[in-house]
Design a protein around this ligand. Structure first.
Ligand code: GDD
Ligand code: MN
Length: 368
């Protein structure tokens, strides 16, 4: 039994395997961690397995699983979860893209009570070194999709993370492709997560095995997790969809407020209708703010903008942006594109709604 298992999936890593093992082992020693290194290899045709078996002679804490079925990075990591002899798992690549020196921090954050600790490339202090533009673009796309499910996580597709065994022990993961973390987040049982920054350094030796098929599998995985979250109402993704729904309902209530105020001020108070409209818009914004603040996001001390006044100002600014987007799309589609104006308006409303939700989510009601 060990305190920690570092799971390293490998396929044809003869050039890197020795170095990553010795670096991880050195980190164990320097930090007095009773750790296991578990290599999960997909029957590499090169010398990877041979090298590991040789190193095993002097390192009793080194183990290897050689797989012969269901080739794949995520599948291998999931197998590692089953074969590991500890309650804390750290997952990392063999190609030295992930710095072993971050392992002790991950472990101590898990011990401090977090269920999942994620090494993030996309938070302050993190980064990516030496990636070609194409990889960067693919990664930004993948990260964006992943954040639709987990908006609070900056890097939900990172390959460098740590989890407690209990998170993945009794779940039916459907591992495929490269994004095992997304699967763990989508189907595992966890409450709180912590991200720590790291700098991803692209491999010096060998090549990435990422293919077009990997991207398609990823899209399928995102859909699968979204569906899973709908049938299992407890997941983080489900909570997010609930917020989108509530935000939408509040938006509808705002339309009612807007119409009633416009009608009342014009008919009974005798205001010019455009003047009434100014009041109507402002009152609907206030209406939306209060419902979203109290109901959709249940704002309180845990939010970065801890004062309601600050959130109110932020909400106004974001709503103004949404209005500009709505009208901009209406104008462009109809005056430039010749689309029927009621159709353009629906598209404008939907895009404006998306903007309002996502930006308010990240700015007005972002959590600390
Ligand atoms: N067992 C097994 N089977 N291991 C594999 C397989 C496989 O089919 N394919 C790749 N690996 C191993 C590699 O040997 C390496 O240790 C690790 O998985 C990452 O493989 P790379 O091919 O180097 O991945 P990458 O650099 O393109 O992608 C990395 O960054 C992504 C984030 O942008 C990985 O960490 C991804 O998981 C991560 O999403
Ligand atoms: Mn790599």
């Amino acid at each position: 039994m060990y305190d920690v298992t570092v799971i390293i999936p490998t396929y044809k890593e003869e050039a890197n395997i020795k170095k990553i093992i010795s670096e991880v082992d050195a980190v164990f020693k320097q930090n007095a961690i009773n750790g296991e290194i578990l290599i999960v290899d997909d029957d590499s045709p090169d010398k990877t397995i041979e090298i590991v078996n040789e190193l095993k002679k002097t390192k009793p804490n080194l183990n290897i699983v050689v797989r012969r079925e269901e080739h794949g990075l995520s599948q291998s990591v999931a197998d590692g979860f089953v074969h590991a002899s500890s309650d804390i798992f750290v997952v990392m690549d063999a190609d030295l893209s992930h710095p072993p020196v971050r392992i002790p921090t991950m472990v101590s954050e898990l011990r401090a009570g977090y269920d999942v600790v994620i090494g993030s490339r996309y938070m302050e202090g993190g980064g990516i070194k030496k990636w070609p533009l194409k990889r960067r673009i693919i990664s930004i796309g993948a990260t964006f999709l992943g954040r639709l499910l987990f908006p609070d996580i900056s890097d939900p597709v990172s390959g460098f993370f740590a989890v407690k065994k209990s998170v993945v022990a009794n779940t039916s993961l459907k591992p495929r492709g490269y994004k095992i973390l997304l699967e763990v987040l989508g189907k595992g049982s966890w409450e709180n997560d912590k991200e720590i920054p790291f700098e991803f350094v692209d491999r010096e030796i060998g090549s990435s095995k990422l293919k077009l098929k990997t991207i398609i599998e990823y899209a399928e995985q995102v859909i699968d997790i979204a569906l899973f979250s709908i049938s299992h109402h407890e997941s983080a993704a489900w909570k997010e969809w609930k917020r989108v729904f509530k935000f939408g309902l509040v938006g509808l209530s705002g339309i009612v407020v807007n119409m009633v105020v416009l009608w009342y001020l014009t008919e009974f108070v005798g205001f010019y209708y455009l003047v009434s409209s100014l009041f109507a818009i402002e009152l609907s914004i206030l209406n939306n703010f209060f419902w979203n603040d109290l109901w959709t996001f249940k704002a309180g001390g845990s939010h970065k903008l801890s004062s309601r006044w600050h959130r109110l100002i932020s909400f106004h600014a974001v709503s103004a942006g949404g209005l500009v987007i709505n009208m901009g799309i209406l104008y462009l589609l109809t005056s430039v594109g010749g689309v029927y104006y009621l159709i353009s308006n629906i598209i404008g409303i939907l895009v404006g709604f998306g903007w309002n939700f996502m930006v308010n989510r990240r700015v007005t009601w972002t959590r600390r």
